[in-house]
Write a protein that binds this ligand. Structure first.
Ligand SMILES: Cc1ncc(COP(=O)(O)O)c(C=O)c1O
Length: 389
């Protein structure tokens, strides 16, 4: 029944994790789920009131087909204010129904069967999936502790670089919450020009950066617009994940290709959601500053509690994730299954993000501090029981 295209897609570990979680719940155990990156905080009240006001207007339930006139200028203003990047609203910005969907359709619009795409391992799964569904081939760039969790472009064989059509980068990153300095993006632009491939910078966590730091936008680098685009959405910055609204900005050729495909596949985003997104983008940073403080405080709590248990993990400079090396000599899935069955705490095994994720787990900060503290206590007792501390 399934198309050949789907043969490479497995339900694998995500389904297994969900099934086991269900069983643990049925046994009456309270589950603390730190495995899914779904923001738990509400959007700013003004975003919600804009959405509900427009939802009362019966004339706004038709297809929108494309972005409302104010959306692209609001994105352009946001990038000019936040990143000093100039964007042409009509040619260098395209609204997408979330970064996930946008990335999927992007691969279909750019990749020909047999084309290579360079994808980090570990990496956010849609990059690999979208390339494979488009008939492309994936070359995995390892992200390891030894290379500081940065893609080493100089270690990719020249024969692959010559065949590459796309490079996916994701900073601030998921699952590895790393920030990249401008010099890394300069290197990316240099390689993209030299080997004639395009760059997709997934900037979904752009504003969720701690300790008064700022993320570098790929488009700040001279020459970047000639070689690439940046995806972003309102999901994490404005806590509007369920609204499914995002955008891609930068290289016109890429945007035109994606826009052509979407003109056939997409009928536009619900008008009230677009108005709420416009309100969010125009609000400056006042709508997400408090979120950053909350995530930073959760991060500090979790790191402190893990340290108390003798589990010394990297302090993430950004995002809602901690990437933690497993303290026991078991696989990451085994660690997560045992932890869940013993304590009800659910973490995501690193191997779910690629071969090089083995040996790590991802801990999400998407629960209130009381819950996180409870989870860390349970983890502490679990590690004690395993004889690790
Ligand atoms: C790195 C990364 N890119 C893209 C997405 C998808 O985001 P959106 O809600 O914009 O589709 C996520 C969601 O978790 C993510 O972590």
């Amino acid at each position: 029944m399934k198309s050949d295209r789907l043969q490479g897609l497995s339900l694998g570990i995500f389904t297994e994790l969900a099934n086991r979680k269900q069983k643990v719940k049925q046994q009456g155990r309270k589950v603390i789920d730190l495995s899914v990156g779904n923001p738990d905080l509400p959007p700013h009240p003004r975003i919600m009131s804009t959405l509900s006001t427009w939802a009362q207007d019966g004339s706004k339930y038709g297809y929108t087909l494309h972005a409302i006139p104010a959306f692209n200028p609001a994105v352009a203003q946001f990038y000019s204010d936040r990143y000093n990047v100039d964007l042409q609203p009509n040619q260098e910005i395209l609204q997408v129904p979330g970064t996930q969907d946008g990335l999927f359709q992007l691969a279909l619009s750019i990749i020909n069967p047999g084309d290579y795409a360079l994808v980090t391992d570990p990496g956010y799964p849609i990059y690999e999936t979208s390339v494979k569904l488009a008939g492309g081939r994936v070359y995995y760039i390892p992200l390891t502790e030894e290379n500081g969790f940065f893609p080493r472009l100089d270690q990719i064989p020249e024969s692959i670089l010559k065949k590459a059509k796309l490079l996916f980068i994701n900073f601030p990153g998921n699952p590895i919450p790393q920030l990249a300095p401008p010099s890394f993006f300069e290197e990316v632009v240099f390689y993209a020009k030299k080997f004639d491939f395009k760059v997709i910078h997934d900037f979904t966590y752009s504003e969720l950066v701690f300790d008064q730091e700022r993320a570098t936008s790929f488009l700040n680098i001279p020459g970047a617009k000639e070689v690439g685009v940046k995806f972003n959405s309102l999901s994490k910055t404005f806590h509007m994940a369920g609204c499914r609204i995002g955008y891609v900005v930068g290289n016109m050729e890429i945007i035109q290709a994606l826009s052509l495909l979407m003109s056939h596949t997409h009928y536009g985003i619900f008008y009230p959601i677009q108005k709420a997104a416009e309100e969010a983008l125009k609000s400056g940073d006042s709508f997400y500053r408090s979120h950053i403080r909350i995530y930073q405080s959760r991060r500090d709590l979790v790191i402190k509690e893990l340290k108390k248990s003798g589990w010394d993990v990297m302090n993430p400079p950004a995002t809602m994730y901690i990437w933690a090396k497993i303290p026991l000599s078991v696989s990451s899935t085994e660690f997560c299954y045992r932890l869940m069955e013993d304590t009800g705490v659910v973490l995501k095994p690193g191997s779910a993000f690629g071969k090089n994720g083995e040996g790590y787990v991802r801990i999400n900060l998407v629960q209130p501090e009381v819950q996180l503290k409870k989870a860390m206590n349970l983890i502490h007792h679990f590690l004690l029981k395993q004889g690790w501390v």
